[in-house]
Write a protein that binds this ligand. Sequence first.
Ligand code: F6P
Length: 419
Amino acid sequence: MANTKKRNVIVGQSGGPTAAINSSLAGVYRTAIERGYNKVYGMLHGIQGLMEGRYVDLSEHIKTGLDEELLKRTPAAYLGSCRYKLPEIHENREVYEKIFEILDELEIDCFIYIGGNDSMDTIKKLSDYGLVFGSDIRFVGCPKTIDNDLALTDHTPGFGSAAKYIGTSVKEVIRDGWSLETEHGQVIIIEIMGRNAGWLTGASILSKGEDCDGPDAIYLPELTFDIDKFLDNVRRLLSKKASVVICVSEGIKTADGKYVSESGETSAYTDAFGHKQLAGTAAFLARRVSEEIGCKTRAIEFSTLQRAAGHMVSRIDILEAYEVGGAAMKAADEGLSGMMVVIVRLSDDPYQATTEVKDVHKIANDERLVPREWITEDGTSVTEEFASYVRPLIQGDVQPIMVNGIPRHLYVPGFQELL
Ligand code: F6P
């Protein structure tokens, strides 16, 4: 390291928000301060905002211990997020020159990016550029995604809280379904996020317990979805019970490779990473069920609720998110670059885990899917092994700080005007 005196840190949040992402931000901030850095800047809306010169000095916003506690309990990206793909270095050097110019002006030693697989592409490219052009700045990734689809890590912060919300809400929906008798029965279809990975949809199995049978069927995106077989299964289930609850991933695809959501009324929006906006799967399937079977149906999209549910977070998740934030900052402080922090599970019972760092080149742009052996043979549920993997991650609660009966959040004053 060329500089002996510690200068400044910059941290950003990227990709879909979670209920735990700000706990990682708090972990980065606290560790940077404790390790003697001067200023900790926060990019507003990730690298995209930074390129437009938008950032804040976090010490002007996180002034007290209470602010830090509120930050840990605030869902969604406190700093704002982005889905922005950096060009390949050889395609557009100017973009990199501009970013490094801004980082040099801000006297940055460490750049921490909290995000998922697409965001790790940013860490990979910036660290590659820094290495080739002799920069001393260290670029380290801090994992985050409700999708739990990052390679080389046991799981990702954000997943546990979303899984807890899903397990709880599915259970409440199942119970509601028991309440009213409906002629010809009813079918409730719940659509769950996760794109191509079924971790979150599979987490609906957590609703199962002594007092609840759990979902009647679970369809993950890892397996090809067959609408006729699905309808046959619904008929079979309805012949046995009056209220059927089925959880489907937003990313299920038919044999022709088309998302089921594309068959319904869906959005034409595609993000910078080429991801189509997935929505409408449950609505489409519910319509097909009512047309073909003639029973009452209800389509529920958990949508944004599953990642923004700050009132239903997992304590383990919030603590781990804080820890990985700290570990990312520590790694950068100790001179590592082009790395991402991973969580290594040491045991299930009692649950114990630690952190390590891995080469981001082996993580960026990859997707870790649910292994076939954790999906039941008939493809309509997940196994006990799957449930045992997720269960430790949803344990414990963190109560929001309530003001006038509603959770209080930390926010950047004038945030919308800063856009
Ligand atoms: O990035 C994770 C994720 O939550 C995916 O599960 C989901 O497909 C996507 O984000 C939805 O993003 P948006 O709310 O921007 O449509």
